[in-house]
Design a protein around this ligand. Structure first.
Ligand code: IVH
Length: 736
């Protein structure tokens, strides 16, 4: 068999096995018998053994059990599955409590109860019951869409298949996990049978749940704790505590270490107690979750972009390990930032082998913080013994260094002043801690990093196109900028140099890639904006801009109009920057206004209005507005953005709350609000599709004025803007 024949045959086998799996698992209608299936798999394995380089990235032989090629079906969660913000020490917990009190306007001595629940280290699962019957089970996925693992969930003993006396619609959420004893026994069996040995119980649980063959899941000892819920046709209870009790009464396992605590001190005591009990629990936990007990408070607090305001995970301290710092490499990021990375002698930290750690910036290596204060006993040098920990249990970092163990010939580290990737000068602006490559889009490292950011989860989330593929296509010269992704099929979908002909690819995987790309053409506008990788433009700002402008065209029009104003703003900033060191922040702002006056006199009215519209959007400051104008104003950048947008038809966010009476309206709050805090007022208005602005202009639709309203009320009166008090507003939005 020649290599070319082998390649064709592997593709054919992958397609045949994929088809067989689809028929068997998804359609419940097997097309081939078990023996034929096994023969195909054996043939696949034999060819792979002869031509290891040709093995497909998603080879059928890597899938434990029934080889899945098509993967799981998708389920859109009726309510998003959130993750949790973290607290690492007592001060973070106190701040969590204080923030909630500020938001709800509760005095610091008013009673406020929380539940304290162990944070189970497994994977979250959402179970949907309709009329008491389990209809589907989905993993978290990206929080909006998860994988359909219904058949597998049905095999887990802790998960009831029917419920008596349950709400008509009930989504129960909780954690699938594996006990220490079951994990050890499973690994032993796996080792004996030559199967996959898992690194930790969490991986074992995930690997066992995500099986296309539910019979494999059934054979794995998975368990489930319920701790939350999604959509409900009627409330479960009035408090978290009683809701947990209700779930238990319905037949779910809830965690017996859960307690109700009335003060921050009690939460911290509970944290210590759970920490002491941790080793004896028999399953992994990685912290304690605190949740506001009162469910009315929970719903008033609502959520930020991905985490609820009413809960926090107080994590146990990360495990650490000592090893040797072999050297320092420089990685060039999306914005050109040069990030030093520690190359380490591999060491196991908390069950994971670590060989790299982030070093942040040159000050950090020198051992000082951004105010020049020492942060540890010494600088870091190649050859040093260093202590590594995994921050938030994911990204490895250097905690400490032992200067006594330093080799005599170790030399202080010097940050390069040229980009190691493109040799452009790397400059550190005054007042900044990072050094940046000035190469922009000529720097290949920046280009690749931007592409990776563009396709990533929070941004375009293109299925089948990850870091590895981006790098490959970039190296081939097939994809240099985001727009190229969308012309890839036209350019390389057929003919000789096709994606399907690349090593590790085939017709099936190429087809999947192209459909993933096609699907992303309609991605939400906010995500597209985030995906552009403009400095300071994060996920939240992307969504805010999308919500404010409603369409790409409207945004571009305003930014284009604002360009002269952006230039003027920059000139004014430059004029005060020399005085910066001396002046306090407040003075500086006043000074900026002074200096700006004569410069602004030159700026056309329309530009000023556009600039004010941009910077008036809640959450969009001058820094972001400038970055946006810079990106759209720079020729190369603009061409790339225009090319991209001509390929897309982004979904606009109007759908959020079309039915609401305030959808699309621009509102401003001023004066004292008595029935809600400012943050709550803003969050609620936005949830109803309104835009909340900080200043009154001709575009303002409604001013909500509380007692003590001043200049904004006057301006609204001058402009003839509709003004109402808080009660009228609440009545308008139909709040109780
Ligand atoms: S509540 C809206 N409670 O931790 C809040 N999560 O880091 C949703 N987790 O995604 C989560 N134990 O997978 C909650 N007692 C507990 C938990 C818990 C473990 C997991 C869950 C979540 C992750 C966030």
């Amino acid at each position: 068999m020649t290599e070319a024949e082998a390649r064709t045959e592997l593709d054919r086998l992958a397609a045949a096995l994929g088809r067989a799996n689809q028929a068997y698992h998804a359609e419940d209608a097997p097309e081939i018998d078990d023996a034929t299936y096994d023969a195909l798999k054996r043939r696949n394995a034999a060819i792979e053994a002869r031509f290891p380089d040709l093995k497909l990235a998603d080879s059928p032989s890597d899938q434990v059990g029934a080889a899945p090629a098509e993967g799981f079906g998708k389920i859109r969660h009726a309510e998003r599955m959130l993750s949790l913000g973290n607290a690492f020490d007592a001060a973070d917990v106190a701040e969590f409590d204080a923030r909630i009190r500020r938001y709800l306007d509760l005095p610091s001595d008013a009673p406020l109860a929380y539940t304290a629940e162990p944070k189970i280290d497994g994977l979250s699962l959402s179970l949907r019951y309709e009329d008491g019957a389990l209809v589907h089970a989905a993993t978290r996925g990206d929080g909006t869409v998860g994988e359909d693992v219904t058949a597998n969930a049905r095999t887990i003993d802790d998960i009831p298949v029917t419920l008596a006396d349950a709400p008509r619609i009930l989504e129960v959420r909780g954690e699938v996990y594996m006990s220490h004893a079951d994990f050890a026994a499973l690994n032993e069996r796996q080792a004996e049978s030559g199967g996959k040995v898992f690194a930790n119980p969490r991986n074992a649980a995930a690997g066992s749940l995500r099986q296309l063959d539910p019979e494999i899941t059934r054979a794995r000892p998975l368990r489930f704790f319920a701790y939350a819920w999604g959509a409900l046709s009627e409330p479960l209870a009035e408090t978290q505590w009683r809701a947990l009790a209700r779930l238990e009464a319905l037949g779910f396992a809830t965690n017996g270490e859960t307690r109700c605590c009335e003060t921050v001190a009690a939460l911290l005591e509970r944290y210590e107690a759970v920490g002491r009990a941790r080793a004896g629990l028999g399953y992994d936990i990685d912290g304690v979750v605190y949740k506001v007990d009162d469910l009315t408070f929970q719903s008033r607090l609502g959520m930020r972009s991905t985490t609820p305001r009413w809960a926090v995970a107080h994590k146990f301290p990360a495990e650490t390990a000592w090893t040797r710092l072999l050297g320092i490499d420089i990685q060039v990021g999306r914005t050109g930032a040069l990030s030093p990375v520690a190359r380490l002698e591999p060491v196991t930290v908390g069950g994971v082998v670590v060989s790299n750690a982030t070093l942040h910036n040159e000050d950090y290596i020198a051992g000082v913080d951004n105010a020049g204060q020492p942060i540890r006993g010494s600088d870091l040098r190649a050859g040093d013994r260093v202590e590594i920990y995994r921050a938030g249990d994911v990204i490895p970092k250097v905690r400490d260094v032992d200067p006594k163990a330093r080799p005599d010939d170790a030399v202080p580290y010097e940050m390069p002043d040229r980009c190691p990737e493109c040799d452009s000068p790397a400059v550190r602006e005054p007042g900044e801690s990072v050094r940046r490559c000035t190469g922009g889009l000529i720097c290949p490292a920046q280009r690749v990093a931007r592409l990776k950011h563009f396709v990533a989860r929070g941004a375009m989330d293109i299925e089948g196109l990850g870091d590895k593929e981006v790098e490959r296509f970039h190296t081939l010269g097939w994809v240099k900028e985001p727009a190229d992704i969308y012309t890839l099929e036209a350019r390389h979908g057929s003919g000789l140099k096709t994606v399907a002909n690349l090593e590790g690819w085939g017709e099936t995987s190429a087809g999947n890639l192209f459909s993933g790309i096609a699907a992303s053409r309609g991605q939400e506008l906010g995500r597209v904006l985030f995906g552009l990788g403009i400095r300071h433009l994060g996920e939240v700002a992307g969504r805010d801009l999308a919500r404010h402008f409603g369409s790409w065209e409207a945004l571009v029009q305003t930014v284009d109009a604002a360009l002269p104003a952006a230039e003027a703003h920059r000139a004014a900033e430059a004029a005060v920057v020399t005085e910066r060191a001396a002046a306090a922040a407040e003075d500086r702002r006043a000074r900026l206004a002074d200096v700006r006056t004569p410069i602004w006199a030159e700026v056309p009215e329309a530009a000023r209005a556009a600039w004010e519209e941009l910077t008036g959007i809640d959450g969009i400051g001058a820094t972001l507005a400038l970055a946006l104008c810079d990106a759209m104003g720079a020729e190369g950048e603009r061409r790339a953005i225009d090319a991209l947008l001509s390929e897309l038809s982004p979904e606009t966010p109007a759908a959020v709350a079309e039915a609401s009476p305030v959808a699309g309206k621009t509102v401003v709050f001023t004066g004292t609000l008595e029935r809600m805090t400012r943050a709550e007022a803003k969050a609620r208005a936005e949830a109803l599709g309104a835009k909340v602005s900080g200043s009154v202009s001709k575009k303002t639709d409604i001013l909500i004025a509380g007692p003590g309203a001043g200049s904004k009320a006057t301006k609204a009166a001058e402009l003839g803007v509709e003004t109402m008090d808080e009660d009228a507003w609440l009545a308008l939005i139909g709040a109780p």
